[in-house]
Design a protein around this ligand. Structure first.
Ligand SMILES: Nc1ncnc2c1ncn2[C@@H]1O[C@H](COP(=O)(O)OP(=O)(O)OP(=O)(O)O)[C@@H](O)[C@H]1O
Length: 241
């Protein structure tokens, strides 16, 4: 059997005196979109930050693309091909949309075909190309943050709640963009609270609670089982479109 692109085994993370992750085990197969779900405070963001080396795992192993990355630095992990889009997005609001994207490419100018592909995914960015990113709506800022993450080819995208606070029409645009990313063969680990978006996009799903994995399997299985959804996710689910 081929090794998954990303594999977490028994990962514990402490933040100062607090023990946040308690032996997290899951994997992300190449070319799939894996949803990471769970109630508020379950440990989803901490998991992404631990993969990225922004928090150091206190025990357990993280393997990526055949190598152990548990103790590598964040820049090293980024160089290995993992991009992280945090909930706060990390865009430069004083710079134009164009400058934000150009600056995100570390190894030189953004490839023209790639840029056309990115602007095809997020047409709104084309309209605001020469305007400061601070003028964009919340959803457009999210799109810019993702565009920055894919300005260069990456092996794995970690994206934290891209639909948070967005109007339904914007959620639908975001879902379409993710469908295109999937069709292009990108491997994505996506944190989502919006179950409508999660169910439309996930190939597989991992559910966390209190720093532990409490369920993992195909997304279709969770979508078909409302009792399981209620048990695992309770009222944290936002099923609105
Ligand atoms: N810097 C920190 N210092 C102390 N505790 C923290 C810190 N960051 C997160 N935590 C705690 O770790 C736990 C997990 O938080 P985390 O942000 O990973 O959850 P989450 O599942 O992403 O939640 P949400 O959906 O609300 O963003 C929470 O109890 C949170 O209070």
């Amino acid at each position: 059997m081929t090794e998954p692109l990303l594999q977490l085994s028994g990962v514990h993370t402490h933040i100062g005196p607090y023990h946040i992750l308690h032996g997290v085990d899951f994997s992300v197969p190449a070319g799939e979109l894996t949803m990471l779900l769970g109630r508020n405070g379950a440990g989803k963001t901490t998991t992404l930050r631990t993969i990225m080396g922004l928090w150091q795992a206190s025990s357990g192993r993280i393997r990526f693309d055949g190598s152990d990355i548990t103790e590598r630095s964040t820049p090293d992990i980024a160089r290995a091909g993992i991009a992280y889009v945090p909930e706060s997005m990390g865009i430069f609001t004083d710079l134009t949309v164009r400058e934000n994207i150009v600056l995100a490419a570390r190894s030189g100018p953004v490839d023209k075909n790639r840029l056309d592909w990115i602007l095809g995914l997020f047409p709104a960015l084309k309209r605001f190309w020469n305007l400061p990113a601070g003028n964009l709506s919340g959803g457009q800022k999210q799109m810019l943050a993702i565009a920055r993450a894919i300005a260069e080819p990456r092996r794995l995208l970690l994206i934290d709640e891209p639909t948070k606070g967005l109007a339904p029409v914007m959620v639908r645009s975001m879902i379409e963009a993710f469908k295109s990313l999937k069709a292009a063969g990108e491997t994505i680990l996506l944190v989502e609270q919006n179950f409508y978006a999660a169910s439309a996009l996930g190939d597989s799903v991992v559910v966390m609670d209190d720093g532990r994995i409490v369920h993992s399997g195909p997304m279709s299985e969770l979508v078909a089982d409302q009792a399981l959804q209620q048990r695992l996710l309770g009222l944290s689910l936002d099923a609105h479109q």
